[in-house]
Design a protein around this ligand. Sequence first.
Ligand SMILES: [Cu+2]
Length: 81
Amino acid sequence: MKVRTALFAATMLFAGSALAFHCPQEMKKIDDALAKNPKLTDAQMAQVKKDRADGEALHKAGKHQESLDTLAKAEKTLGIQ
Ligand SMILES: [Cu+2]
């Protein structure tokens, strides 16, 4: 039972760090898309920038899944797959 618990903990830790690594990749995708002057309305642009900033804040707070969800919204607006 102890082994299983340790394995579970190790798996969760790995999953957590894999997610943690993922956020900056998504942020970079958004930054790259923004650098290409995407055709967005002012409202869309403001929303993308807000989602990008919120995503980074969530990432730094350790809330990686929420960060990815927020960054995904910005990517959807930008048309990133
Ligand atoms: Cu993260």
